[in-house]
Design a protein around this ligand. Structure first.
Ligand code: GUN
Length: 305
């Protein structure tokens, strides 16, 4: 059924607008820190030359500049060993003016990612990936939370989308998005289902969702058949398409080559609200990284904590 025939209008959840709101609130806190003590400091480590990671890191550094957060970028070669990267993290851990350390994922395959993430001091772990912070998340204790899922909760709250008592379905079980997303929704009193590559009857599971979060990394997997009419669809996917794939999804000449996990034509026709790609979830991840960095600086300086 087309949008017109159904008289259907769906709300576009504008991640850029929410990001700007969050950054506006953070700017005040950064100015206060600058005046009383020192600016927050973030170190970003990008090992190797993954093109997508390079764009993410560039945007993170740019957001720091816009907010007045001190940032530095470390770009070791993709041949770096686990021991060398550990030494780099330990040097950053020891520096007083560095409040947050972000090691961009994925790491080169020879690096033992788990050892790197565990070496970052939990109070400087602005990604919320350290096992101590994962434990705090599970126990619903204070601590930095993974940026993408916490950005999605901010988006839902600022659009006044109720979560408590709703059925949330999270598709994807990654440590970065799926698992922390499910826990944050649970702490907001949603009834939560986690689906993954071995889930049976995926479309039927998804159709039970009032809030559907797609974090799978498969372009346009979530089609109309996966969505209950009026549901909220949150699309975490960022997939690059070649021209043939884009033509298959958009029909005629390819309109776009960057799409999410949700079908960009069908979802607006059935969802009550949805996040676009780009411009939905992506900007929120960076806003929450900034929020985690400012919070870490407040705790480290004893200002406004
Ligand atoms: N790679 C994809 N998303 C993220 C993220 O939120 N943090 C880091 N460090 N790497 C990522």
């Amino acid at each position: 059924m087309s949008a017109e025939r159904a008289g259907h209008t769906s709300v576009v959840l504008d991640g850029k607008a929410v990001r700007d709101q969050i950054l506006g609130e953070l700017r005040v806190r950064v100015e206060r820190l600058q005046k009383i003590r020192r600016p927050p400091g973030l170190a970003v480590v990008l090992a190797g030359r993954n093109p997508a990671s390079e764009i993410y890191v560039r945007n993170k550094v740019k957001a720091c500049e816009q907010l007045g957060i001190y940032s530095e970028k470390h770009t070791p070669p993709d041949t770096i060993s686990t021991e060398e990267l550990l030494a780099m993290v330990e040097r950053l851990d020891a520096r007083e003016e560095i409040d947050g350390i972000l090691v961009q994922m994925p790491l080169p395959s020879q690096v033992e990612a788990r050892r790197i993430l565990t070496a970052i001091r939990p109070d400087k772990d602005v990604d919320g990936f350290h096992p101590v912070n994962v434990g705090n998340l599970v126990a619903n204790l204070p601590g930095p939370r993974a940026c993408t899922p916490s950005g999605i909760i901010e988006l839902l709250k600022r659009y006044r989308i109720p979560i408590a008592g709703r059925h949330a379905v999270v598709v994807g079980r990654s440590d970065i998005v799926g698992k922390p997303m499910a826990l944050l929704l649970l702490h907001e009193n949603a009834t939560v289902t986690i689906c993954h590559s071995r889930t049976r009857e995926l479309a039927a599971e998804c159709r039970r969702a009032d809030i559907l979060v797609a974090a799978i990394g498969k372009p346009a997997l979530i089609t109309r058949d996966f969505v209950k009419p009026g549901a909220v669809v949150i699309d975490v996917g960022m997939n690059r398409l070649d021209d043939a794939q884009a033509a298959a999804i958009f029909g005629t000449t390819p309109a776009r080559t960057l799409i999410g996990d949700a079908h960009p034509v069908q979802i607006p026709e059935i969802a009550g609200a949805y996040t676009p790609v780009p411009g939905g979830v992506g900007p929120l991840t960076i806003a929450m990284l900034m929020a985690n960095t400012v919070r870490a600086a407040e705790l480290h300086t004893g200002c406004c904590a």
